[in-house]
Ligand binder design. Structure first.
Ligand code: FAD
Ligand code: DLZ
Ligand code: SF4
Length: 509
């Protein structure tokens, strides 16, 4: 029975469940469609990356003898969605069933689930076993717990994979987590080896033209695109990270430096999320580097925790809690996103740095996303919907399954503590400790009051004050509230006024 196997833009893995079932009689459908390319204003690099990677992937499948129906963007009139693309393929090929692998986003998954009725054909949906933790395993883990803390899930994943495990199911080094060793500020003169970049192959050059033609109003400069678009190059980029940067990744994971967009990060999330890299292969390479004494335990553990811990955890949480999760707004944050999120022109050096590099490279590292742009959105009470849409649009690695829990849950505390035990709220002091941004800022990081006071300071105290009904009882915020009370009513009032003034003039900061 010939099948129509649909491969989505983030399913570019040769070992994908649905591809493992493919035979030369089947038709493999891949399509560049408007509904996927425009549901938010994706950064141009994200569209270039996916379209070019999809085209390269299709070429390899053809070389392997598969029958690929590939629909290039706007090449067929009337095809705007994946459903339209399937309709088109069904009219061309005599197939008797549809096969797909679980989709990454709830939105599109609903569309796929409608196909059986819509096309009156049997649809088989296969588990996405590129992830280590299946959705049923996560649901089972979550079922008998009041709190879904990542740390306990991570221990389960360590035991499940055997990564960095010693004898008797105990972690190598006697500790599960070396996070405390991963919070050093980075000396500005430390030698940084940049990530690998790649020249444009012909396919990429064609896609860049297409993106400039159809997505000219999306953020980013298409010609600056420099990422890998094949599995082979993505593996090269990752091995470069393991050899050159991993040793410092642990220590400086949370650090930020002026004009150093990548520091010692792997820049691999876009490859991993699209299927060009395999999570088990990556972890094995990192574990091997530790065993060969090329990197310390805190570097190897720090990296492995991010991928088998955080990444798998947020995916499990997303599917456990959707669709209601996306409607959460625990702190009732409604303020419109200021314009500088889209152009980066602000006097706040930290925001200017994090946003400018985001617009330039479609990339910022975790602490920039969490403690700069995310922290600012949290403190200023920016609209959850506008903020999550921004993150989904601007990052090359962004899909809702990973973006939403990180933004809505981790950065904005809009789920009321499902993901995090307290909001990641911080004043300028944290940013000053972890970066050298404040030294060249228009604002004074030590001041909370006065014209040049760092906006993060008054906003931080005002955030606690504004949300005291909802957050005041949080055990992990008791010290912060004690410090707020210790300020006395006169200073509190001055800070409230300052915060009010900042919020009124948010666009002018
Ligand atoms: P590294 O610092 O080198 O980390 C290694 C890998 O660990 C990453 O490639 C990623 O696969 C994984 N990882 C690390 N932290 C997380 C995390 N919290 N959740 C999931 N995976 C993690 N990551 C995305 O892949 N897509 C997103 O859309 C996304 N949105 C985010 C939004 C916010 C507000 C925040 C705070 C974080 C977000 N993250 C997202 C997580 C994290 O910031 C990125 O995975 C990371 O910055 C990617 O850069 P890197 O590959 O250099 O990561
Ligand atoms: C993100 C994206 C974009 C920009 N374009 C396409 C596309 O044209 N065709 C496609 O199959 N997938 C695309 N994607 C990825 C999908 O949005 C992704 O598969 C879903 O969001 C599920 O994670
Ligand atoms: Fe950011 Fe404040 Fe530091 Fe300026 S002084 S860089 S606004 S934290």
């Amino acid at each position: 029975m010939p099948k129509l196997i649909v491969i989505l833009g983030d399913q570019l893995s040769p070992a994908l469940a649905s591809l493992r079932q493919a035979t030369p009689d089947d038709v493999i459908l891949m399509a560049e469609v408007k509904s996927e390319a425009s549901y938010v204003k994706h950064h141009k690099h994200k569209i270039i990356f996916l379209f070019s990677a999809m085209r390269h992937f299709a070429a390899v499948l053809r070389q392997q003898g598969f029958n690929v129906c590939y629909l290039e963007y706007a090449s067929q009139p009337g095809i705007h969605s994946m459903t339209d693309a399937v309709q088109f393929a069904l009219a061309q090929y005599p197939v008797e069933q549809l096969v797909i692998t679980e989709c990454g986003e709830y939105r599109l998954q609903q569309e796929l689930l409608s196909w059986q009725t819509h096309f009156n054909l049997p649809v088989t949906m296969l588990e996405d076993d590129r992830f280590i933790c299946s959705l049923s395993m996560f649901a089972q883990w979550a079922s008998d717990r009041q709190q879904l803390r990542m740390e306990y899930f991570y221990r389960l994943m360590r035991r499940h994979t055997g990564l960095l495990m010693g004898s008797n199911q105990q972690p190598v080094g006697g500790q599960w987590n070396f996070d405390k060793e991963n919070r050093k500020a980075c000396p500005p003169d430390m030698l940084q080896i940049p990530p690998l970049t790649f020249n444009h192959a012909e396919i990429t050059t064609t896609v860049i033209r297409l993106v400039n033609q159809h997505f000219s109003d999306h953020p980013g400069i298409a010609e600056n695109f420099q990422y890998a678009v094949t599995g082979k190059d993505a593996r090269k980029a990752f091995l470069h990270f393991v050899e050159q940067q991993l040793a410092k990744f642990g220590d400086y994971q949370d650090a930020m430096l002026l004009d150093q967009p990548f520091l010692f990060h792997s820049i691999c999330s876009m490859y991993l999320n699209a299927g060009l890299l395999d999570v088990r292969w990556m972890c094995q390479k990192v574990e091997a580097a530790f065993k060969a004494e090329q990197v310390s335990l805190n570097a190897a553990e720090g990296f492995i925790r991010q991928v088998i811990g955080w990444r798998e955890y947020v995916r499990g949480l997303y599917w456990l809690k959707m669709p209601d999760y996306s409607n959460n707004n625990y702190l009732n944050a409604q303020r419109p996103l200021p314009g500088y999120y889209w152009h980066g022109n602000t006097k706040m050096r930290c925001m200017q740095q994090a946003i400018s590099q985001t617009l330039e490279f479609s990339y910022a590292h975790h602490i920039q996303r969490l403690m700069i742009t995310g922290n600012f959105a949290l403190l200023a009470g920016l609209s959850v919907k506008e903020t999550t849409d921004w993150y989904l649009a601007v990052y090359c690695d962004a899909y809702e399954w990973v973006e939403l829990p990180n933004t809505l849950g981790m950065a904005l505390f809009a789920d009321g503590g499902v993901l995090a035990s307290k909001p990641y709220a911080a004043s300028g002091a944290y940013i000053n400790r972890m970066s050298n941004y404040c030294k060249s800022c228009h604002y004074k990081v030590k001041d909370s009051l006065g014209e040049l006071a760092c906006p993060f300071n008054a906003l931080y105290w005002d955030f606690l004050d504004r949300n005291s009904t909802t957050l005041g009882q949080n055990a992990r915020l008791q010290l912060a509230y004690k410090n707020w009370l210790a300020k006395g009513s006169e200073q509190q009032q001055a800070i409230r006024h300052k915060a009010e003034d900042i919020l009124i003039h948010l666009e002018q900061l």
